[in-house]
Design a protein around this ligand. Sequence first.
Ligand SMILES: [Zn+2]
Length: 305
Amino acid sequence: MIPVRFKGNEKDVVQKLCGDLLKRKPSQKNKNEYKRNLIRINEWCQKHIIIDGKSLSFGEVVKADFETLTKIVSILERENIPDDDKDFLIDYLYKERFSDKKYRLEFMDSLGITVCPYCNRNFVNSTKERTMCQFDHFFNKNKYPLLAVSFYNLIPVCSSCNHAKGENEIKYSPHDKKYKTNDLVNFDFSIIGMDYLFNDKDLKIELDGDKDFNQNIKAMMLDEVYQLHTDVVQECIKKTMIFNPDYLDYLCTEYKDLFDSKEELYKLVFGNYIDEESFGKRPLAKLMHDIYEDLFDIYYGEKFE
Ligand SMILES: [Zn+2]
């Protein structure tokens, strides 16, 4: 539900990642076989992957943006890469390169992603020595081995989402720029018992998803999973009651030396980022954003901003 974007100059970043991916490892014994594999796959791509009259090299398939990937997939539906190349693409290029700590960290750093884009619940940022994420191939790598290392096909996700998605096909990719998070899903809550301020089981979280996003909700069982966070909604209610708009204005003036902006004060008070671009920085940011929007409207008839 949270977009994934390459940081900085996207083209340069992807170009650098591609160069580092295809670089031969100095310790590699069978250099000629490696070269032969690359040349063969490159020739296959140039012969078969033709988009808008232009044939693509393997490097261009690796760097292809999400929109181009969907066009490549429709070509691969008709004619897939020979099975002989599958091992090289998946076992060598993908598994070996992406298990290399340095390369994996370079890839993750280039995305600057902190929280799993599928569930927005678990951290996926990693250190050099510890990986807290797995890579989901949006287009299944066994079905489309040619896309095993296409950067826009790789989604850094938490192990729980990767496991839940498995081989399921979903419609929304966080690399797809045609969607905006707030159009895909909106969280709401309902009160199902009057002790909701003290008993979080008296609250229910509701997910209202766009039809394309419903497949993601089902695959990742988000409907059920989010019920684990009714305590967060309870906290949101209490914070909204305490931090009313007048009080927030007072804090903003009284502590103006502590904050660069009103947004920073909100981040401190509500424990959350309020702009859509930053939802991927904190777990449950989208949930809290939507709930606070509702609550500010209910309690004060004002926008949460
Ligand atoms: Zn997840």
